[in-house]
Ligand binder design. Structure first.
Ligand code: 3NM
Length: 204
């Protein structure tokens, strides 16, 4: 995966939106996102048929706009939606298993500290998600805030692996993440909760 796809990476599920997620995605695509992750998580998250149905619609919009469509965690959903890639955390299905089954798909892996990085099969992934960069209330079980210095460390150790920062990122602090060496910023609430989604994406 080229690092430039990570530049403005919207992560989103129905729980993150105050109105129709399909409309939010439309606005975000118009605003200039470069990648999308369907992350159907949190209290009241859709399950089963409702999750698949929304996933299909979001997937179609990304395909039409030529934006990579990544699914969070759920390998079955990833397969059913014919997604471009899957993003996993440290305690999800192992990268080795996913790579063995899907040699050519995009795999992203979250790394929140040096210990996690050292135990990760970095050679098998297409990009790393580094976070949380800043405090966030969007995800309840985040690891300790580690800050943009973490991006610098990851890039120093793996200069050729694309890295996207995540966690508490918005227009006011995205520059710090990029200046630390990130290929891009992954954002939920700063985009999904914005009054003017286009303006926020432009200023990221
Ligand atoms: N992963 P917001 S932080 C999904 O640190 C997620 O790995 C994180 O939401 C990590 O942009 C996070 O609203 C939530 O802060 C990001």
């Amino acid at each position: 995966m080229k690092g430039e796809y990570l530049r403005k990476y919207l992560v989103m599920g129905s729980r993150n939106c105050d109105y129709d997620p399909l409309l939010v995605l439309d606005k975000a695509i118009l605003g200039g996102i470069t990648c999308f992750q369907y992350r159907e998580k949190g209290e009241g998250a859709l399950k089963g048929e409702a999750m698949y149905s929304l996933g299909h619609k979001l997937r179609r919009k990304c395909a039409e706009a030529d934006i990579p469509f990544i699914v969070n965690d759920d390998v079955e959903l990833f397969g059913a939606l014919n997604a471009d890639g899957i993003h996993v955390g440290q305690s999800d299905q192992s990268v080795e298993e996913i790579r063995a089954k899907y040699p050519n798909t995009i795999i992203g892996l979250s790394v929140s500290n040096r210990k996690e990085l050292d135990q990760s099969p970095v050679q098998l992934v297409d990009y790393l998600g580094a976070g949380p960069m800043f405090a966030t209330t969007t995800k309840k079980d985040t690891k300790e805030v580690i800050g943009p210095e973490w991006v610098k460390e990851v890039k120093h150790l793996y200069p050729d692996v694309p890295v996207v920062g995540i966690g508490g990122i918005g227009p006011e602090n995205s520059e710090r993440v990029i200046k630390a060496g990130a290929d891009g910023v992954a954002v939920i609430s700063a985009i999904t909760k914005a009054k003017d989604i286009s303006a926020v994406i432009k200023s990221l």
